[in-house]
Ligand binder design. Structure first.
Ligand SMILES: *[C@@H]1O[C@H](CO)[C@@H](O)[C@H](O)[C@H]1NC(C)=O
Ligand SMILES: *[C@@H]1O[C@H](CO)[C@@H](O)[C@H](O)[C@H]1NC(C)=O
Ligand SMILES: *[C@@H]1O[C@H](CO)[C@@H](O)[C@H](O)[C@H]1NC(C)=O
Ligand SMILES: *[C@@H]1O[C@H](CO)[C@@H](O)[C@H](O)[C@H]1NC(C)=O
Ligand SMILES: *[C@@H]1O[C@H](CO)[C@@H](O)[C@H](O)[C@H]1NC(C)=O
Ligand SMILES: *[C@@H]1O[C@H](CO)[C@@H](O)[C@H](O)[C@H]1NC(C)=O
Ligand SMILES: *[C@@H]1O[C@H](CO)[C@@H](O)[C@H](O)[C@H]1NC(C)=O
Ligand SMILES: [Cu+2]
Length: 581
């Protein structure tokens, strides 16, 4: 069957005359060396895992329609993989990157070339390691230039990435291994960063501050990426308004806001016009801090950088070359919402709408073939006999979807699926609704049995299935906003709300006209979100919470999209250099 698939592909491509035009398309090649590099922040020097010694890693810049080949060479003793976050990977699931889902990891000293074509996507995405917690420092921007002019009129003077991350003074690998060993929460990071720089509010960090110079009267596009491991963030620029024009590489109806909320895994393009009158320093602060919905410890601190006006209209001479020393901190002045301002987040996310223009239509499935309702939950597992557990009440933390805590297999699910291997490494019986319904957001958590089941259960759907997934948050342990990321597909967020999803009244309120299209949805804290998409990409696709601690605890699953009828609906054969386990 698969052989037949391949044969037909080539034959039909030649008949259709597609092959020659494919061959003449632009191929963009990059080389990524995953290697250690000594880096100092907050006066702490440590070996940091990097790509090509850069932190953040190199920006990938391509054009819509380009074919991309990135040769990743692993120059460390540990395994690694890289994920091109948000790239659809149409029929090229082998290049998606999540370890043990679509590939075995790249071992030390080995290389693997990720090959894919950027089809019908434009804007800001990003890439990151997808092996254990390596993405703490192995990440960078993935920018797709459009073939057509922007659908907004403002002439853009310049555009630049604003990538949020987290810095630990210590070794990040041990943060994860400690957490998994004792079942407690992870050690919190020492700083948030903008483009790898914590900024002036941290000790010994004034010199590590991101500064972008701008010209008065000009408009800039900020390509904002949240690469932080475990924290959702608010971001704002003092005295400037932001106009949101794109999320997750999809244009939106433009709207103005004083601040954005961005969850790990998400990207947001905003326009900023440098139209303020600066003081003698010529500088305006930009800052990010936590959007807090969890009771878990977090770093109550602020990362900041500056816009530096090139020609301050103020008469005073500007002498400072270094960012001005900031001593007072006033979030209101900085345009930042209060950390626990869920109302602000709700209003902000209600404003996100697809552009839905003739050129950029919003192809939301109006009808569905299958609805899956999944509870996304934290869990408190009873401690194994004679073990020490450092979660709550001498138990250990886990997380789950429909009470299934995902255990990664030790070989590639995509490879097993493609080769039709008989395996007990995974099964396709993920429960399509909660087996034991309860009042998800109303339970008094600590009186409940919060244990979970462990396994590697995923869904399987035929090619072309219009799939609806209701992501239902819970009050187990605590209510919390979870950024759920789907690989291989964009989806439409057709509905959301607080409390429990009600199938007899909520679907009637769905937005099937211009819902936001993205690859990562921040599911309301103590509420639910419904996503819809056409499963039109044959392969195996990971779904998981983009808070890394929750993925480690098992808040993940996945789905197989089977091959369709024609050659254009078949997964391509695996590349020759695909790593093996
Ligand atoms: C949190 O942020 C402060 C700066 O406000 C920093 O000094 C500290 O190291 C950070 N980390 C922890 C674990 O508190
Ligand atoms: C922002 O604008 C207000 C007036 O609208 C002014 O009082 C304030 O000083 C400005 N802040 C900065 C940092 O320029
Ligand atoms: C963060 O720290 C500030 C200053 O210490 C404090 O006023 C505020 O309550 C803290 N916020 C949270 C959510 O802990
Ligand atoms: C737990 O420890 C006790 C005392 O050290 C021992 O008798 C018992 O066999 C242990 N149980 C298990 C399951 O290892
Ligand atoms: C989840 O599974 C565990 C282990 O089987 C069980 O004890 C618990 O009752 C289940 N919880 C729910 C909500 O289904
Ligand atoms: C769901 O909504 C219907 C219609 O409004 C209502 O009758 C029903 O009680 C609701 N169910 C729950 C569990 O709240
Ligand atoms: C790397 O991955 C392979 C394949 O899963 C595994 O056998 C090996 O133990 C891993 N190596 C390290 C250093 O973790
Ligand atoms: Cu989560």
């Amino acid at each position: 069957m698969e052989g037949f698939c391949q044969l037909v592909v080539v034959t039909l491509l030649i008949i259709a005359g597609i092959l020659p035009s494919c061959l003449s398309q632009t191929t963009q090649r990059f080389e990524f060396n995953v290697e250690w590099k000594k880096v100092t922040r907050l006066c702490h020097t440590k070996p940091l895992l990097t790509v090509n010694g850069e932190y953040p890693g190199p920006t990938i810049g391509v054009h819509e329609g380009d074919h991309v080949e990135i040769k990743v060479t692993n120059r460390i003793a540990q395994n690694t993989t890289i994920h091109w976050h948000g790239i659809r990977q149409l029929r090229t699931g082998w290049a998606d990157g999540p370890s043990y889902i679509t590939q075995c990891p790249i071992g030390g000293g080995k290389s693997y070339t990720y090959k894919f074509t950027v089809i019908n996507q434009r804007g800001t995405l990003w890439w990151h390691a997808h092996y254990s917690w390596q993405r703490a420092s192995v990440y960078g921007a993935f920018i797709i230039q459009p073939r057509m002019p922007y659908p907004f009129s403002a002439p853009i003077q310049d555009d630049f990435p604003i990538i949020f991350g987290e810095w630990w003074n210590g070794d990040v690998d041990s943060v994860e291994s400690e957490m998994m060993k004792y079942g407690g929460g992870p050690a919190i990071s020492n700083a948030y960063t903008i483009n790898g720089l914590p900024g002036p509010f941290y000790p010994c960090s004034n010199k590590d501050t991101f500064v972008k110079s701008v010209e008065h009267g000009k408009t800039y596009m900020l390509r904002i990426i949240n690469a932080a491991l475990n924290d959702e963030l608010f971001f704002a620029v003092v005295n400037h308004t932001l106009t949101v024009v794109e999320i997750d590489a999809v244009y939106t109806k433009p709207f103005k806001t004083k601040a954005i909320m961005i969850a790990p895994g998400q990207t947001t393009n905003v326009l900023l016009t440098a139209n303020q009158v600066p003081d003698s320093s010529g500088m305006f602060l930009m800052a990010a801090w936590t959007y807090l919905t969890s009771i878990f410890p977090f770093n109550n601190s602020t990362t900041a950088g500056f816009l530096q006006y090139k020609n301050p209209r103020s008469s005073a001479d500007r002498k400072t070359k270094h960012p001005k020393k900031v001593t007072t901190f006033d979030p209101v002045m900085y345009n930042l919402p209060h950390m626990e301002d869920t109302k602000y987040y709700t209003k902000f996310s209600d404003n996100l709408r697809s552009l839905a223009s003739p050129q950029y239509p919003c192809n939301v499935p109006k009808t569905i073939h299958k609805r899956v309702v999944t509870v996304i939950s934290l869990n408190l597992q009873d401690c194994p006999t004679n073990k020490t557990c450092k979660g709550y009440a001498n138990k250990r933390f886990y997380a789950s979807m429909n009470n299934q805590s995902f255990v990664p297999p030790s070989s590639s699910i995509l490879e097993s699926h493609y080769k039709k291997l008989r395996t007990t490494q995974f099964s396709t019986d993920f429960p399509e609704k909660p087996r034991k319904p309860f009042d998800y957001t109303g339970v008094d958590p600590l009186t409940e049995n919060m244990n979970t089941e462990f396994g590697t259960k995923i869904l399987q759907v035929p090619y072309g299935t219009n799939l609806e997934i209701v992501l239902q948050g819970t009050s187990f342990l605590n209510v919390e906003n979870h950024p759920i990321h789907v690989h291989g597909h964009n989806f439409f967020i057709v509905g959301k709300g607080f409390g429990n999803f009600n199938v007899s009244k909520d679907p009637a309120k769905y937005n099937l006209v211009d819902p936001p299209e993205r690859n990562t949805v921040a599911v309301p804290s103590g509420g639910w979100a419904t996503i819809r998409f056409k499963a039109d990409n044959p392969g195996v696709w990971f779904i998981h919470c983009h808070l890394e601690e929750h993925t480690s605890w098992g808040l993940a699953s996945g789905f197989i999209v089977k091959n369709g009828d024609g050659p254009s609906q078949c997964l391509l054969p695996p590349p020759k250099d695909l790593p093996s386990c």
